[in-house]
Design a protein around this ligand. Structure first.
Ligand code: NDP
Length: 254
């Protein structure tokens, strides 16, 4: 059911975690991918993995970019189109968290950084992709979070960014129908490096979170990549504007 053979996909935040899992999965399904992140070493490793998994030995287009910078967002798009001259799938996955207290004198800088990467870069990439996706009858998958619908006091501005992203998914789904489908996967906690800049001991945090999930464990990046691939394929052809939770049952728990 999931056929991505020869589809061209730009997957942001693909040097690590969920985006990396998606890039490798898409490559194994025959897609041509553009991968993006700030860390060149990690990007090169992901590119090698993608090429090894590709049934056509496709080498990904590798783009080093920092999405807090508007010019890097635009360059990411331009390098993808310049290499492939075509776009079928845009996966807006790059994202970061933030936990500064509103009483912290510095919080507004971190707030701006989170909104820039989690919302503004998605809006810009969508804007630039529209003509290409209309032409290819393509689609967009946004990677949001359960905290878009269940507020997190600690991650308050991260929650805000993902709530904004969900409304962007729905409004763009309306605007771009029937030409381009736009959907979202909203993960619960997933074991990646996402929390590393925010908490000192991520292992203990994940062990604690494992116990609190109805499924008894947090998610794995490959489980989220599977949903991204489903939403990127004809298997989800009747879906647009959908917010799909993949969350170990997180939203069922208190
Ligand atoms: P990771 O930290 O493992 O990966 C994040 C990716 O985003 C990396 O490739 C990173 O690139 C990239 N990225 C971060 N900041 C920037 C930036 N300024 N410019 C360009 N790229 C950037 O996190 P996850 O894989 O867990 O997160 C992926 C998505 O999933 C995010 O949108 C996140 O909000 C969402 N999510 C994650 C959850 C979790 O528990 N892990 C839960 C719910 C949602 P690099 O390292 O090269 O800088």
């Amino acid at each position: 059911m999931i056929n991505l053979d020869n589809k061209v996909a730009l997957i942001t935040g693909s040097s690590d975690g969920i985006g990396k899992a998606a890039a490798v999965l898409f490559s194994s399904l025959g897609a041509k991918v553009a991968i993006v992140g700030r860390d060149q070493t990690k990007l090169d490793q992901v590119a090698a993995e993608c090429e090894a998994k590709s049934p056509h030995n496709y080498k990904p287009v590798v783009i080093k970019a920092d999405f807090t910078r508007d010019e890097d967002v635009v360059r990411t798009f331009e390098e993808t189109i310049s290499a492939y001259k075509h776009l079928d799938i845009l996966v807006n996955n790059a994202g970061l968290g933030g936990t500064k207290d509103i009483r912290d004198p510095d919080y507004i800088h971190d707030y701006d950084r989170v909104q820039q990467v989690n919302v503004r870069s998605v809006v810009r990439l969508t804007e630039l992709s529209i003509p290409h996706l209309v032409k290819s009858k393509g689609l967009i998958v946004n990677v949001s979070s359960v905290v878009a619908v269940k507020p997190s006091e600690k991650f308050w501005y991260y929650s805000m960014s993902k709530a904004a992203l969900d409304m962007f998914t729905k409004t763009m789904a309306l605007k771009l129908a029937p030409h381009v489908r736009v959907n979202s996967v909203n993960p619960g906690p997933v074991r990646t490096r996402f929390l590393s800049p925010l908490v000192p001991d991520t292992n203990t945090v994940y062990e604690d979170m494992d116990k609190r999930q109805p499924l008894g464990r947090v998610g794995d990046p490959n489980e989220i990549a599977n949903v991204i691939a489903f939403l990127s394929s004809e298997a989800s052809s009747n879906m647009t504007g959908s917010i799909v939770f993949s969350d170990s049952g997180y939203l069922l728990a208190e």
